[in-house]
Every structure is written in structure tokens, then in C-alpha cells.
Ligand binder design. Sequence first.
Ligand code: AGP
Length: 592
Amino acid sequence: MCGIFGYIGEDDALNTCILGLEQLEYRGYDSTGIAGIFDGNLQICKETGKLANLKQRLTFKTLQIAIGHTRWATHGKVTTANAHPHNDSQRTIALVHNGIIENWEELRDQLKKEGFVFVTETDTEVITQLVSKNYKGSLVDAVQTALPFLKGQFAIALIHKDHPDQIVASARNCPLSIGFNDTQTESIISSDLHAFLGKPLNVIFLRDDEVAKVERGKVSVFDKNLARIAKKLDKLDRDFKSPSKEGYEHFMLKEIYEQPTTIQKAYFGRVNDGCVLFEDLVLDLSATKNVWFIGCGTSAHAAAIGGNFFEEIAEIPAQVEIASEARYRMIPPGTLVVAMSQSGETADVLSAVREIKAKGHKILGICNVKNSTLTREVDACIFLNAGPEISVCSTKAFTSQITVLYLLALHLAKKGDFDALQLIPQHIQQVLENALWIEEKAKHYSRYQNFFFMGRRYMYPTCLEAALKLKEISYVNAVGYLGGEIKHGPIALIDENCPVLAFLANSQTESKMMGNLQEVKARGAPILAFAPKHLSSISTIADDVIWLPDTIDPLSPFASTVAGQLFAYFMAKTRKCDIDQPRNLAKSVTVE
Ligand code: AGP
């Protein structure tokens, strides 16, 4: 995923663009770039690596109008040439792009035959040259003419040296917000609202292939036929402020420590007089016979726990399909599909939702970002209310997702036993208060390069999630595995150089897990156990133990997960990894 930003207004456009890109850098940080107009000249500066590198390389001091970009590379290596913005051969147009143009090679070959010269390996440059080819004096017209040739998804912003008073923008299946102030002195374009820098703006969201001409404090939107269209205005809350670390060293640590609060926000106002009601649930779920969850990464792990809830609490059969595979499956008629996505922008989820919807299924979204693309594609959406999650490594969203899924299972079962869930924030607080012990264990195990994470029942998706955390921020090989499966082959990998992290907080499968631990101990594996306080016998097997509060099996993933998050955080810190922006990753993967 990439971040695009544009500014035209009374403030210095260059500086404002830098501030905007700082808020978007979590979307991708392989390279950054800014283009703008000053004194009738098109200025462009771009650099590999993070925004700090660009700031050092800037070749101009001010701009009247600017567009900027943070890149997560899809087509083309991470080089300065491939960094956005991309300009046309005459250096009159500059463009930034988030998304993928699927027919870029065909278009590029055609444009090359017409004499256009390409200097990058990107799909984006094709858009720039196509607009340049169609430019006859109106940038809006040129963009509108080019769009029908493009296959794929995009959010784009363009400037032209002959039009220093306007930025032209368009979008298709990619997020793009456009804001302008009441006094009509400034306008902002951004991939997400957090980059609006706390300014109280009127906001519009483009529908697919609409084109916007953005001037100082004014936005004109045109449809496919270049007819001017009126757009609904949203008002950005005045207290909508850009997220900050609030004193924590990393966003990830802040978001881990937010969880006692965010879990309460996930259930606040949704449990009254012993029954669960969702304010956004406009779908009638009473006839639900079975459920298919779709999601990716952490969201898929939350879905797996949710599937257990649905079966155990509501006695509704449930299964999880990884979104990139779901489109190939035959989903039985009458199935409720639940699309899980923190960002609401994950391309694999969006593509699956569109295909499944086309087959006539009802889809419920569970999401953390209002106005995200997923919220517009599903039949109903329940929000996590967890607040912006900035760290690429998802933490608070996961525990909020399983909170919502637990409530949804209670809702479907028409049950209200909610007392155990109300204790969870305190349980998590107890884990957070044990952080120094967890940090000590992480430092002790930081010398290893390979790990097995092991669990059964509710602890299986929990251990998958804990393993993912460790992989993505510490860059070590961490494999989550079913406790009962290790002996069917993977145990061949177990030796004194391969610690086993055992997640035991599932009373139903405790004795079997203890047996699995004897098997790996016999092969010399160091064992770190994440165990409930009542399981004192684990101390005779494990080399180290991280103790957890006792709770019922369905709610055991909460404390175990937070302990796993802290373990991964401190391991990454010990290994001096980039915690909030790990290499090769982005906060939301908007390509398939
Ligand atoms: C989680 O730590 C990862 N960054 C990643 O697996 C993420 O959960 C996945 O890309 C899905 O994102 P989504 O929830 O925004 O759809």
C-alpha cells in the first residue's frame, strides 16, 4: 500500500506536504517523493528509504502547490527512479499513485509504439504518459479521457506546470479523501484522514472513476461524462487529531498498552440488561445456519477464534477461509459471510467480498476504519472502535476483533453471560504489569533464530498470532503449530537450538499439551510456557514460564495474546529491529 498526499492553500505547500507524508509513512516506506510548482516550474525530488532521507535531499525550499508519496513497492525495485512522483517526458505533469494498474504492460507497449519514452519499471508511469498523451489544455479532461484505458485500482493526484492553481485527483477501489476549509483558503488530498493534520475540513470521498479538480478551498467533481456532480459533505471532527506515541517509544507499545481500554470500547454500549445489541447491525442474523469468515493475517487469526465462539456458544457451524483463497471456494447457500479487516482496505479481502457478493451471499464486515472501502462493499458493518492503529504490527485491533466476535456469538445465542468478558481488561492489566519479566525472557531467547509456537483449541490461533508477531517485527523464523501435529513430522526440526513456546491456557486440552511438551523436551528443545496460574505442574517441564490469569477457555486468548505481543516487542527491541515499520511490510496490503 502507498500513501498519497496533496496540498494547495495559504500555508507553504512543501512543508505541509512533508507533515502530511509523516502521517502516511506507515502505509509504506520504501521510498518517498514530492513534486510541486514554483514560479511556473515543475519541481520534483524523490529518494529511497524513509521521509528523513528525502528531507535531507530536498532541492527546493518552498512550493505554491504540492503532491507527495510514500511507497510500498509493487512494480519495480526500490530505486530513486521508481519512486513517485512520476513525470511525463516533457516534465509538465507529475503524478502520485496508490494501487496497481493490471494492464500496465499492454498500455506501455502501445505508448512506446507511439513514441513515448519510459524511464522507470513502474505501472504508475503508464498513467502519467497516458494523461500527457491526452492533454489538450485541460488536466481534468486529460485524466477523464485516460481512465477508461486503465484496468485495476488506483488513487491518483496530478499537477501540471501550466495549472499552478489546481490538483486533479481520481480513485477506483482505493481510498482517497479530499478536504477543504469553510473559508475556502486551502484544500488537502490524502489516502487517509489522519493526514488532514487536525484541520477542521469539509470532506468528500470520490466514487469510482470520478475526477476532482481541487483548488484553494474549493473542489469540483465530475462523473465519467465530465458532468459536474454534487457530493455529500462530511465534517471532520474538530478533535480529530493525528495519532501520536503519547510518550511511548513505539506506536506498537502504545497500542499494546491501550488494550484494557480498547476492549472496553469494543463492548461499551453493546450489552444492555443481559442482551447484546449492535448499533450498526442492520442485517437480520436470526436465520443464520452457518458462517464463513474471511480475512488475512491477524484478522484471519481473530476469525479462527471467532469460529470457535460461534460453535461453542451459539452452536452455529463456522469456518475460516483465508481471503486470497475464499474466492475459489463453494460457499453453501444461506451462509453468512463475515469479512474481517482492521483497515478495510486489504485487497485480498475486498476482492473476495466482491466475488462472494456477486454470488448472492449476505456479508457482514467487522472493521476498525469508518469510510474505508470495505464498509462500502458489505451489507452491514460492526466497528471495533479501537481508534487508529498505526503500528504495522496489529495488536489492539486483534483483541477488539475477538471481543466483537465474542459478543456476536452471544447475540446469536441470545445469551448475555458477559461477566467473564468484563474481567478481561483487568487480566490484561495484570499481564502488562508483568512486562519486565516478559522482557527478561525475550532477551534470554533473543539469540535463537528458529522457534516453534504450539497450542491446541483456542490456543492454536493464539499461537499462530503470537508467531506472526515475532516473525514480522523480529525477522526470526517462528512457526505456529497444532500441539497434536508436531509429532507427525515437524518434530524432526526440534533440537536444543529450536525453542518451543507453548500456549497452555486451554483447560480442555491441558493434559494433551503436557504430553506434547514431554515429546519436545525429550528432543532437547528449550521450553517457554505461557501458562495459567492454576497449572503449577508446568514448572517441572518448562525451562521458563510466563504466568497468566485464569479464565474460561473461550476468553483465554486475550491474556495469552498480550503476553505474546510483549514477547515479540521486546525480542524485536533486543534485536534492534524497526518495530513500527518493519522491513518489506505496510500497514494495509492493498495489492493482491
Ligand atoms: C498483522 O500484524 C499484519 N500486519 C497483517 O497480517 C495484517 O493483519 C493483515 O494484512 C490484514 O490486515 P487487515 O486486518 O487490515 O485486513
